[in-house]
Design a protein around this ligand. Structure first.
Ligand SMILES: Nc1nc2c(c(=O)[nH]1)N[C@H]1C(S)=C(S)[C@@H](COP(=O)(O)O)O[C@H]1N2
Ligand SMILES: [Mo]
Length: 160
């Protein structure tokens, strides 16, 4: 068998693999409120003023708790920065790229230092599900001791 014949194919396959793996990911968030739809870009999210770093413990079923540090912005501050008024809303639905969905009441969001949209974990930008991460965006509910509502890969927030 002539191995040389396969070298170009192998090189192309490796280059393609590297390219696909390093491809800039589309990090954006869609916020829908009635007729209004806002797309928030990666740059906007990463440069929001008022971002904070805080510790959190992740408790996944069947695993030891993991201590970690997240960076993100409190939801109330996010909506204020984007000029989105949630004062007349009742609930917010968060949709993830894997079909996972959770709801928050406006009362939960109003509780100080409770709900955050995060984008960095232990100092690193969070990766998508495709790249094996829990981001690029995740919701953290600090008063929820268990993390089943800490929805990963958030791509849409619907305000109702
Ligand atoms: N998008 C998405 N978010 C999710 C889930 C999921 O399946 N999809 N599982 C939830 C559950 S049940 C738990 S326990 C935690 C697990 O978080 P971890 O992967 O960071 O440990 O994520 C929560 N958020
Ligand atoms: Mo879970």
């Amino acid at each position: 068998m002539n191995i040389k014949k396969f070298v170009p194919i192998l090189v192309i396959a490796i280059l393609l693999g590297v390219f696909l793996f390093n491809k800039e990911e589309d990090v954006s968030l869609r916020i829908v409120k009635g007729e209004e739809e806002i797309i928030v870009s990666k740059e906007e999210i990463y440069s929001l003023e008022g971002a904070v770093t805080f510790p959190a413990v992740i408790r996944s079923s069947g695993q030891k708790p993991v201590e970690t540090e997240y960076k993100g912005i409190e939801l109330l501050e996010l909506f204020a920065a984007l000029n989105i008024d949630i004062s007349h809303a009742e609930r917010l639905t968060f949709n993830a790229s894997d079909g996972y969905r959770i709801m928050l009441s406006v009362e939960e969001i109003r509780e100080p230092k409770n709900t955050y949209l995060v984008y960095q974990r232990d100092g690193q930008s969070m990766k998508s599900k495709k790249q094996g991460g829990d981001g690029p965006l995740r919701l953290i509910i600090r008063r929820d001791p268990f993390s089943e509502r800490w929805i990963k890969h958030v791509e849409e927030i619907i305000i109702e």
